[in-house]
Design a binder for this molecule. Structure first.
Ligand SMILES: [Zn+2]
Length: 421
C-alpha cells in the first residue's frame, strides 16, 4: 500500500534562513530549497550554516526544486548536489543561472532542468505546478502539489503586488484552478512579516521617490540588496530618463546584473554601466554609484567607502548616500557606525524613513487576509519565520476564521514545529 505523504521542515521553521522542506513518499524525496543561514556573533568563525541532511540516505531518489534565487534558499546548492548520488534539480531560468555561477566556482557539476510557468513536475501521485508570486527577486514561485483529492499550496517567500511595473500579481486564479475541487486544501505560508499590520508596499510605489533622488543628485551613492533586480531596473530607468551613468562597486551587484541581463529579467536600456576600473576619475563621475554592503558587512563596498578604503572613490561634501534597503534586525550597530562615518565626511544620508525607497518582499497581515479570501484553504500551516512569528501567524489566521464561521479552514489548524511532521 502506498504510504502517506510526509512533510518535514529541515530548516526555515523556527528560524530565519537555511530554508529546506522535505516531502517524502514511498522512500522517494522531493526537496524544496536548500539555503544557508548567516550566523550571528555567537558563531565565531562560521561562514554560514546549512540544514543537516544526513537523515536522508545518500542513495535515495531525490528531486530538488528551487522556489527562488535568494541565498537562504539556494546557498547550500553545492553541498546538496555533492551529498546525494541520485538527484534531479529543477529551477526557473534566472535561478538556474545563479546556480550555474555557483558551480563555476566549485568542482561540482550537475545538469539543471529549467521550468517555466507551464511546466509540471511529477512526484509519485502528485503533480507540482509552479505558481507565479511576487517577491524581492525575479522569478519567485509558490509550488502547488495536487493529487486526486489533495491540494497543497507551498508558498515560501512572497508578497502580493498589484502595482508592480515589472510583473503580474500573484496568480491566485491558477491555485484555485488546480486545487479548488480538492477535499483537502492545505496552505503552507510565509510568516516573515506577520508582525506587520496592513499591506506591504508595491515596488511600483517606490518609482517616484527613487526618480526624485536621481533627478536631484548629480552624484548619488545607492546601496541595496544586489538581488533586487526590479529595484535596480527602477534605478536604470531613472538613469535613462535623467541621462545619468551608473557605476557598480562590489562583486555581487555585478554578478546579479550580468545574470539578470543574460536571462532577460533586466533591461539595461541605453544606460552606460561601468565597473570601477572603467571609470577614469571617480571624482568627476556624475551618476549613480551602486554599492554592495547595505547591511554594513565588513567586506561590502559601503563599509569600505565609509572607511576610505576604496582608493578610486572619495566622498564629496554634499554627496548623497541612499539606502534602498531595510536594516535587518541585528545589523543596526554596524549600519549606524557607517551612517556616522559618512556624515562626518559631509554626506547626506537618505533612508526609507525619509523617502519611500524600500518595500518589503513579504506579506503583511492584510495580504495574508487577501490570500485567504482568494484561496479557500481547509488546512493551514505557517512556515518560514522565527517561533514567535509562527505562533502569531497561527493566532492571526485563527482570529480571521472565528470572524467567519463559514470559513472552510475552521475544522483544523496546524502549527508546525521544526522537525515535526
Ligand atoms: Zn526570498
Amino acid at each position: 500500500m502506498s504510504q502517506l505523504l510526509k512533510i518535514t521542515p529541515f530548516g526555515g521553521v523556527g528560524e530565519i534562513g537555511s530554508n529546506m522542506t522535505v516531502f517524502e513518499k514511498d522512500g522517494e524525496y522531493l526537496i524544496i530549497d536548500y539555503g544557508i543561514l548567516f550566523p550571528n556573533e555567537d558563531f565565531f568563525d562560521l561562514k554560514y550554516l546549512i540544514p543537516n541532511i544526513q537523515d536522508i540516505p545518500r542513495d535515495a531518489k531525490v528531486t530538488l526544486v528551487f522556489s527562488h534565487g535568494h541565498e537562504d534558499h539556494i546557498g547550500g546548492f553545492i553541498h546538496i548536489i555533492n551529498y546525494f548520488e541520485n538527484i534531479i534539480v529543477w529551477a526557473s531560468n534566472f535561478t538556474a543561472a545563479l546556480l550555474r555561477k555557483k558551480m563555476e566556482e566549485s568542482s561540482e557539476f550537475i545538469r539543471i532542468n529549467t521550468f517555466s510557468l507551464d511546466s509540471r513536475i511529477k512526484f509519485k501521485d502528485f503533480y507540482i505546478d509552479p505558481i507565479h508570486v511576487n517577491h524581492s527577486i525575479p522569478e519567485t514561485h509558490g509550488l502547488c502539489f495536487t493529487s486526486n483529492d489533495i491540494g497543497i499550496f507551498f508558498c515560501s517567500d512572497f508578497k502580493i503586488d498589484h502595482q508592480s511595473p515589472y510583473e503580474e500579481p500573484i496568480d491566485s486564479g491558477k491555485i484555485n484552478r488546480l486545487m479548488g475541487d480538492k477535499k483537502l486544501r492545505l496552505g503552507m505560508i510565509d510568516s516573515t512579516n506577520i508582525l506587520v499590520e496592513g499591506k506591504t508596499r508595491s515596488e511600483g510605489e517606490l518609482v517616484n521617490d527613487i526618480e526624485e533622488l536621481v533627478a536631484g543628485n548629480k552624484r548619488l551613492f545607492v546601496t541595496l540588496f544586489s538581488s533586487n533586480i526590479h529595484r535596480i531596473q527602477t534605478l536604470i530607468n531613472a538613469a535613462q530618463k535623467h541621462k545619468r551613468k551608473i557605476a557598480l562597486v562590489g562583486r555581487s551587484v555585478r554578478t546579479y546584473i550580468n545574470v539578470a541581463t543574460d536571462t532577460n529579467v533586466l533591461d539595461k536600456k541605453n544606460v552606460q554601466i561601468y565597473t570601477p576600473d572603467q571609470v577614469d576619475d571617480f571624482n568627476k563621475f556624475e551618476g549613480i554609484i551602486i554599492l554592495t554592503g547595505s547591511q554594513g558587512d565588513y567586506f561590502g563596498a559601503l563599509r569600505r567607502l565609509a572607511d576610505n578604503e576604496i582608493r578610486e572613490i572619495n566622498l564629496h561634501e554634499g554627496d548623497t548616500v541612499a539606502f534602498l534597503s531595510k536594516t535587518i534586525p541585528g545589523n543596526e550597530k554596524k549600519i549606524y557606525k557607517i551612517y556616522n562615518k559618512l556624515t562626518a565626511q559631509g554626506a547626506n544620508i537618505v533612508t526609507a524613513r525619509d523617502k519611500l525607497i524600500h518595500a518589503s518582499g513579504h506579506p503583511g497581515q492584510e495580504d495574508l487576509v487577501w490570500l485567504n479570501n482568494n484561496v479557500s484553504f481547509t488546512h493551514y500551516i505557517p512556515i518560514h519565520g522565527e517561533t514567535l512569528f509562527l505562533k502569531r501567524h497561527q493566532e492571526f489566521i485563527q482570529q480571521q476564521i472565528s470572524k467567519n464561521k463559514h470559513h472552510p479552514c475552521g475544522k483544523l489548524l496546524l502549527y508546525l514545529n521544526r522537525q515535526q511532521t
